[in-house]
Design a protein around this ligand. Sequence first.
Ligand code: NDP
Length: 483
Amino acid sequence: MPDTYQNYIGGQWVDSASGQTFANINPANTDEVIGHFPASGAADVKAAIGAAQEAQAGWRDMPAPKRGEVLGRAARIIERDLDRIAEGLTREEGKTYGEAKIETARAVQIFDYFAGEGRRLSGETTPSEYGRTMLYTIREPLGTVGLITPWNFPIAIPSWKLAPALVCGNTVVLKPASTAPLTALNIVRALEEAGLPPGVLNFVTGPGPETGDELTGNPAVKGISFTGSDTVGCDIYGRVTGRGGRAQCEMGGKNPVIVLEDADIDKAVNLCVMGAMWSTGQKCTATSRAIVQESVARRFTEKAVAATAAIRVGDGMKEETQVGPFVDEAQLDTVLRYLEIGKEEGAELLTGGNRLTDPPYDKGYYVEPAVFGNVRPDMRIAQEEIFGPVLAIIPVPDFEKAMRVANDVRFGLSASICTSDLTRAFEFVDRIEAGLVHVNTPTVGAEVQVPFGGMKDSSTGTREQGRVAVDFYTQIKTIYLEY
Ligand code: NDP
């Protein structure tokens, strides 16, 4: 019998005002209902915002190091419960249990890192042009902020928004993705157990548009941090900044790896295939274009096809599985549609791309990871975000052409080059239009202590993670003090 879960508002676990719920389904086995979650609407979000506002003064007045201590205790609780939380994550999102454990461990690092930020939240002191005057700045919280999170990293992304928001003294309303609400709920439980005062964090589940309108439109919400599709992100950005609020939107990617003829080809194949296929390609930093110098394109392609064909697809809870199912039917349909578009455009489907429907795949959203060869840079599969395990190989004559192709997309999140030529590597670093730049490392991955975010249509607003994360969640006060 699946559990029924509740919203968390003002320190109480409560049903939605309407009493309606929705089912959270395991994408590896759609017969399995993981739980029923509140199908909340505007009234629930309004109540959550009210509770957050009420808690604001008390939380803001708690010294930042003490706020950090709450995050530190939450980190220990997530660490204690890591296996259980990761299992829930795999069952609702589909990625492998190994990946889910790594992601949950990342959440522990995030809470630990921002726990420390409670002792580092500094301003600056500068000399004043007036005598006997102390001139300095302090950081203050924005107030109540709304966090809207996606399903693809259901613990890492809520954590990397929540931890800086809270340590900076903001109160929060968190709206997780409807396809993966259990993992976000597990973070809320950890923070509750860690002693977070009532109302400081409020958690509301339910459909994006119904809950989102109130969260993004309510003037009491001073900032919105969003990760998800660029359509929704751009709309939210316009709505929130249009009413004078602050918005930070992390959206899509179309991430390239340039492979030059002097690269270690085996390593290049490995990082492209891993970057494209792991987590079923459902990462904003996933590799989707391998831009390969023609002199090595054949060798690269043969090895990439062999490596992709050998990937074991299956239920993420099975030890042998390397790539799990798509998160839901909509995501499966999108990727199947792009596979058709690629074929129609004249790209060569070299391996994979079939939907798997025979047992043991018949109850899940499974597709074989795919590689397209001879892709032209103007094809839709080379321009648009697919968000699935699909690698497009684009042959190019030289480095100059590779750079042009790499930059000729509207996204600019992550990019990599495989080369042993240091000059080329530095030229790439200088000229690539991406917020995350890799040399001989995969486009995926995000360490907590450095900024994360993109250029062009990939991101708006200030960066997440690292010390700069606090820029979004604080406002600066400048003080002139004559003594
Ligand atoms: P969405 O952008 O629809 O969802 C992301 C979050 O926004 C979810 O919490 C969603 O809630 C919420 N949301 C949806 N509509 C609104 C709204 N009108 N106002 C406020 N919040 C809203 O992404 P999808 O999950 O539908 O995925 C679609 C595509 O987006 C993917 O195929 C991929 O290309 C991209 N994507 C990119 C991600 C990234 O990391 N950059 C992450 C996820 C998706 P709910 O779940 O209830 O709809």
